[in-house]
Design a protein around this ligand. Sequence first.
Ligand SMILES: Cc1cc2nc3c(=O)[nH]c(=O)nc-3n(C[C@H](O)[C@H](O)[C@H](O)COP(=O)(O)OP(=O)(O)OC[C@H]3O[C@@H](n4cnc5c(N)ncnc54)[C@H](O)[C@@H]3O)c2cc1C
Length: 374
Amino acid sequence: MEKVKNLVVGAGLSGAVIAERIASQLQEPVLVIDRREHVAGNIYDSKHSTGITVHRYGPHIFHTDNKRIWDYLSAFTSWHYFFLKVHAWVDNRYVTLPFNLNTLHQAFPEYLALRLEEKLVNEYGYGVQVPVMKLLRQKDEDLQFLARYAYEKIFEQYTLKQWGISPQEMNEEVMARVPISVSRDDGYFHDKYQAIPAQGYTRMVENMLHNPLISVRLKTPFEKIKNDIEYQRLFYTGSIDEFFDYKFGELPYRSLRFDIEQKNMEYYQPSAVTNYPNNFDFTRICEHKYFLNEKIASTVISVEFPQEFKRGENEPYYPVSHPASEALYRQYAREAEKLPGTHFLGRLGGYKYCNMDQAVSAALDLFEKIRPAD
Ligand SMILES: Cc1cc2nc3c(=O)[nH]c(=O)nc-3n(C[C@H](O)[C@H](O)[C@H](O)COP(=O)(O)OP(=O)(O)OC[C@H]3O[C@@H](n4cnc5c(N)ncnc54)[C@H](O)[C@@H]3O)c2cc1C
């Protein structure tokens, strides 16, 4: 029986943070395992044969308002500042997202765009975010037309494809948040820090794991070794239902397929991400050379197809949040509380979508909790 002090299941961002903290702050050995053949989990990126850095599991832009997280990661990477711009392909033309005053001018004839702009500014004021749901309840016919256009052409079909259910069946809060922005700000995020690791996410994670006290074993599923290993602490960043052998049932996830294609042209689209709300099976196309502004004659895109999650066939990407899945998760979470020394974290361990900064923050908080008092 192999004995380890700390076992971390999953070499993604959550696993890397907790392993790094234990090794560097407690000077304790850590074994990190992952069933994949690489570290970094879903933020993994690598060089394509063209020389372009490709995000294998979808476009990842680091953004946060939290200086603690920014400073922490900055110890392991330098940054390429990157401000995401997104377009949508609607009625055979590109329009800007988030839907804003510029979008009006791309989508409608000038006279109509000007009229809508004036009505929006008069009604809500410049700089305000108006939820589409609120706009749909407007009495003014023009504003109602705009709300229906945005809802039907941008949100409805996209939601249907992304989640496999209509917006009406979604958690109402999610739809209530979808806004039209009464501004000319095309920025997708508004956080203080927005960037991509200059040498890529994989290098950043490798730097975090680069400590003589940390050993990494790839292509190593937990279930294969769990009966042959003893640990004092376990940090589990895989799916919590899988850990408990699905004893209460399977938690629902949404999956994705990414088709990566090389195109022999300098640029394929006007920005890193284009949404395809209508007419196609895919939801997004991402053009990877934008992230690090790589100047290369050809380009690489990934086309993103949402899919039903099927265990053993594809990856669980997004937890599907609805009352039944939340209740099922809580059953597992209560079971987890009965296991002292075992901690569940990350996107899958906590059954909650989290951005990278939230994953880092949660792992740092967990470390503070387990850290022995001085
Ligand atoms: C399409 C997409 C786009 C995203 N874009 C952004 C973005 O732009 N900005 C942002 O901030 N966040 C983004 N995110 C979120 C980001 O990917 C997560 O915050 C981050 O990956 C969480 O890291 P993690 O370590 O918790 O999980 P993961 O990266 O999933 O790592 C978990 C690891 O555990 C391993 N594992 C699981 N079970 C086992 C097992 N039983 N045995 C061994 N190994 C196991 C897996 O192989 C995996 O490597 C995006 C997510 C998706 C799905």
